[in-house]
Design a protein around this ligand. Structure first.
Ligand SMILES: [Fe+2]
Length: 267
């Protein structure tokens, strides 16, 4: 058995089996290349904005090459999210409606050692068979052994124990994945970015989706504005968290059901 499929041929049976056995799954040819170029271009500008803040706040070394919260009114991310890649798989995994927890990117550069190269999992609390969160990577440059293809320790999503470094690097598989692929993985899976030994960038979008009651890494409805939500499709309102907001006062709390900050179908 392998964990690599064509995006067009994906189905829930192989998804279930692969996520159970490996904890990660590759869907090739998911994103068209013109859209990937749009994303790459906007990463350059977004990085400049974020880098300035990272350095000003004294966390430049650990954060080098990482971009967080690529959500704004005219960002590619709204178009990306409205395309609902792997919606069926995510809904199935999280057993219902889901929201975006975070959307960022990594620009893996030569000789840099950002925190994503540590062995880690993307959810702090181990949740075992109760699935709260799922990760998505969108591959923007071919991943190779030389440019730092991600290490995934297949099957390690079933254990709370952090693997020993030597065992991890001897046993983990490398995600040798082509540009335009989507990788989904169980947030409990132990993994690490590789080191880039080439002069080229290795870029990837990284996302987490959760059940709607899990706190977002940033309050996207407030970042974008509650009014802006009225201009969005129902799908985007759902994914960005407009249906699972937190009231901040009694007036926001005491509302008829259809106007409530936290809607009934959000788990
Ligand atoms: Fe990670």
């Amino acid at each position: 058995m392998d964990n690599r499929y064509s995006y067009l041929e994906k189905n829930l049976a192989t998804f279930d089996q692969t996520m159970n056995d490996y904890g990660w799954i590759i869907y090739e040819n998911a994103i068209d290349h013109p859209f990937i170029e749009v994303i790459k271009k906007s990463l350059q500008e977004a990085y400049v904005v974020r880098r300035e803040i990272q350095i000003a706040n004294g966390i430049g070394a650990a954060m080098n090459g990482t971009l967080h919260h690529l959500i704004s009114r005219n960002c590619f991310s709204l178009e990306f999210l409205s395309r609902k890649y792997c919606e069926n798989e995510i809904k199935h995994f999280l057993k219902g409606n889901y929201i975006l927890n975070s959307l960022g990117a990594v620009i893996n550069l030569k000789d840099e050692m950002p925190y994503v190269q540590n062995i880690h999992r993307d959810i702090r609390s181990f949740t075992g068979n109760f699935k709260l969160m799922i990760q998505m990577m969108v591959v923007l440059d071919d991943f190779t052994m030389e440019n730092g293809a991600t290490y995934f320790l297949s099957g390690s999503h079933k254990s709370d124990l952090k693997p020993e470094q030597q065992y991890f690097y001897e046993s983990a598989e490398r995600a040798l994945v082509k540009k335009g692929s989507v990788v989904l993985f169980d947030s409990n899976l132990w993994h690490a970015a590789g080191k880039n030994n080439t002069n080229e960038q290795r870029r990837v979008l990284t996302m987490a989706f959760t059940r709607p009651f899990f706190k977002q890494q940033m309050d996207y409805p407030r970042l974008l504005g509650y009014d802006f939500g009225n201009e969005l499709s129902e799908d985007l309102r759902q994914i960005l968290g407009y249906n699972s907001r937190l009231p901040e006062n009694l007036n926001e709390y005491y509302q008829p059901i259809q106007k409530r900050m936290y809607q009934p179908n959000q788990g």
